[in-house]
Design a binder for this molecule. Structure first.
Ligand code: PLP
Length: 386
């Protein structure tokens, strides 16, 4: 139970439980990807842990030991306002080869998406993107009296770059920014590096483009590339990244954007500055722990391929994914199927209009994926009213 530095997962977890006292979730040791799972101690069973959580595209294995150790040490700053912050901004800048004034932190990359909406698309301005995509971007813009312009996906569920270019040109005066989710949530499909270059070359030169790379770390397709080099080229690009997915820190809230200092200056007034000390140290450790990330990627993609092959063998088509989730065509409405899964203790993705016959499934642990496949066979064998 002790790692070589004397920190146990349980001691870290104990600290976390104190920190979140009163919240619904009784935080408990994550299943370890690399060690045999510890049996629960008497009295420790938590109903939360019994549910297969395949609905939020999370990393089911929890943060690595190096990250847990860094966060445990950082608890000594819990009572401070001013504390050493692991130089997290500089570390992110160095990691990406940019200057520190090209980095802005958010409490999750979701905060940066909101902030971009407030800074560029409030009060009558528009965000241009596709649907379905990460819809919270559009709902936030609507909440600040802006509006989304959303275009349909292509017939193979990709973001329609020529159509986005045409719409950007015809609504030039109204558009506050363009939103590209790469790879896209919920479809898992990428925009290729050639398409991104074409988009940036064709869009009006002063139109900000936010490229959300939350699932960057899971991509294998060589025709994909990060868009961070476009920031270095001086283009009006904002690239967002998160520690929630590959680094398994979703509940700790840390993300960031890489962009031009001028665009960051426009976003900064809307940033809440609410990132906690503990996750700053966890994020800094995660940047260095690429070996764990490679293992998470490997096991996740293996499980995705195994699960989607089983579904294909059963006659269900799956949208080709480059992420830690996939969509399967149910050939029937998704809502009753989601409810049927829930009754079996398996949480799967919400409906994503207009793809209302498609179910989004996140890749969980091997055990969770087995439970998913068993439940899928049972549910889909029943008549449509299911
Ligand atoms: N962007 C995409 C595409 C996502 O799917 C998510 C979360 O699921 C986020 C951003 C926000 O993630 P976080 O705020 O945890 O960084």
């Amino acid at each position: 139970m002790f790692d070589q530095n004397g920190v146990t997962r349980r001691s870290f977890v104990g600290g976390m439980a104190t920190a979140v006292a009163g919240s619904y979730v009784n935080f408990r040791s994550p299943r370890s990807l690399f060690a045999a799972e510890l049996p629960p101690r008497r009295g420790e069973e938590d109903p939360y842990d019994l549910v297969a959580k395949l609905h939020y595209n999370e990393n089911p294995y929890g943060p690595s030991d190096a990250v847990l150790k860094a966060m445990t040490k950082a608890f000594k700053y819990a009572n401070r306002y001013g504390y050493p912050d692991a130089d997290i901004v500089q570390k992110i800048a160095t990691y990406h080869g940019v200057e520190s004034n090209q980095v802005v932190l958010g409490a999750g990359s979701g905060e940066i998406l909101d902030v971009a909406g407030s800074a560029f698309a409030s009060n009558g301005k528009k965000v241009l993107g596709v649907e379905p995509s990460y819809g919270f971007v559009y709902s936030h813009v609507s909440s600040v009296r802006g509006a989304p312009i959303t275009l349909p996906l292509t017939s193979d569920f990709r973001q329609d770059i020529p159509a986005l270019i045409r719409a950007a040109k015809s609504h030039y005066r109204d558009i506050g920014f363009v939103y590209i989710c790469n790879p896209n949530n919920p479809t898992g499909r990428i925009v290729t590096k050639d398409e991104i270059r074409h988009l940036l070359d064709e869009l009006p030169q002063d139109m900000p483009v936010l490229i959300d790379e939350a699932y960057h770390h899971f991509v294998e397709d060589p025709s994909y590339a990060t868009s961070i080099p476009y920031v270095t080229e001086g283009r009006p690009v904002i690239v967002t990244r998160t520690f929630s997915k590959i680094a398994a820190l979703a509940g700790m809230r840390l993300g960031y954007a890489i962009s031009q200092p001028e665009l960051i200056d426009r976003m900064t007034p809307y940033i809440s500055d609410s990132i906690n000390a503990v996750v700053k140290w966890g994020g800094a450790a995660a940047l260095e722990d690429t070996a764990t990330q490679e293992r998470v990627k490997k096991v996740t993609l293996e499980l995705r391929k195994q699960t989607t092959s089983e579904l294909s063998a059963m006659g269900y088509s799956v949208v080709p994914s480059e992420t830690n989730f996939f969509m399967v065509h149910l050939k029937r409405r998704v809502e009753p199927v989601i409810a049927a899964f829930e009754k079996k203790g398996v949480l799967v993705g919400r409906p994503f209009p207009p793809m209302l016959e498609y179910l989004r499934v996140s890749i969980g642990t091997p055990d969770e994926m087995r439970r998913f496949t068993v439940a899928f066979k049972e549910i889909m064998a029943r008549p449509v009213s299911g």
